[in-house]
Design a protein around this ligand. Structure first.
Ligand code: FE2
Ligand code: FE2
Length: 332
């Protein structure tokens, strides 16, 4: 591993003498990160940094792709042509996000096949939120408002994450997530201004999605062992609890504007901290969903497996086509 690291340094053109101690490389790396420099694919990086990024970026990519399923399910049942077109555009954006992120992870040496196989074998995770079912049209509103809203809180700081390809992918993704959040909130506005039955559907969707959305930020900081290292390496810029607090503070007034009630009896404004206090979350449920026991986890993986198997002929055809072109170029 040591030699590999050094040979990478040689190839990257970093001005490293032939026999540099890794401590010196590490020190240089840490100094660059601390100075908010971007680390690029050919730069030397510690293996733990590379591995953490592959895990985080591929998990993020899987979440975008699996995240297409709950909403894709509603495209054919959207209540108007306008709603259908907007939802279709949103779901297509998520496919794009997945693709940018798989590409960013590939720059770290992970292949797309490896990442997909890890997902389908259950070794790689994706966001727990997508293992909850979407029961009514109001869920499309709640998902855009809360799930994409939480994604924005998570992703805005990642535009300044230390790994260049990841940070740059985030810039475009965040712009599109803002559109997603607004389309969801707009659905909620329409339903809350509609009939009493529609307003009840909106409240029911908020009741079901609120706690899972808060869990999207991950376990509390004291149970998040990798956070300190990730913050030092600027892979993460803020802790799970900081981001969760910011999300609650931003979202409560939005629920009030809709005339909806946040399903948390412990929620109250705390003047001293300038934010809301909120009730404890059911972390047992979170860990169960992480273990693959979510309500629709099996269906989600079956859908992904089927898509991967159905697409095999496309991958084979693309490989055969490029081999043909290479042969033709050789002959010319
Ligand atoms: Fe996305
Ligand atoms: Fe989104």
């Amino acid at each position: 591993m040591y030699t590999t690291d050094l040979s990478r340094v040689g190839k990257s053109g970093l001005e490293a003498p032939a026999r540099v101690e890794p401590a010196a490389l590490l020190e240089k790396f840490e100094a660059r990160v601390a100075a908010d420099d971007f680390i690029e694919p050919k730069d030397w990086m510690p293996e733990a940094y590379r591995r953490t990024l592959i895990r985080q970026i591929s998990q993020h990519a899987h979440s975008e792709i699996v995240g297409m399923l709950p909403e894709g399910n509603w495209i054919s049942r959207a209540p108007s042509l306008r709603r259908k077109a907007v939802l279709l555009a949103k779901v297509q954006d998520e496919a794009g996000h997945g693709l940018y992120l798989y590409c960013a992870a590939e720059t770290l040496g992970a292949s797309r096949d490896e990442m997909t196989e890890a997902l389908l074998a259950g070794r790689a995770k994706y966001s727990t939120i997508f293992n909850y079912p979407t029961l009514t049209w109001a869920d499309m509103g709640a998902i855009g408002w809360l799930v994409d809203g939480a994604a924005i809180m998570n992703q805005v700081p990642l535009q300044r994450t230390s790994y260049g390809p990841y940070a740059r992918a985030m810039v475009r993704i965040c712009k599109e997530e803002s559109f997603h959040q607004r389309q969801g909130y707009e659905i909620m506005m329409a339903m809350c201004a509609g009939s009493p039955a529609q307003k009840r559907m909106a409240q029911d969707a908020l009741d079901r999605w609120w706690a899972p959305a808060l869990m999207m930020f991950g376990p509390p900081d004291e149970n998040s062992p990798n956070t300190a290292q990730s913050i030092r390496w600027r892979i993460k810029r803020e802790t799970n609890d900081e981001l969760r607090q910011r999300f609650v503070d931003a979202t409560v007034p939005q629920a009030q504007a809709l005339g909806l009630t946040i399903p948390d009896p412990d929620l109250r404004w705390n003047e001293a901290k300038g934010g809301y206090d909120f009730g404890a979350l059911d972390w047992e449920e979170f860990y169960a969903v992480v273990r693959g026991e979510g309500q629709v986890a099996k269906e989600r993986m079956e859908a992904r497996r089927k898509a991967w198997e159905d697409g095999a002929w496309v991958r084979d055809a693309a490989i055969a086509h490029s081999a043909k072109r290479a042969k033709a170029a050789e002959a010319a």
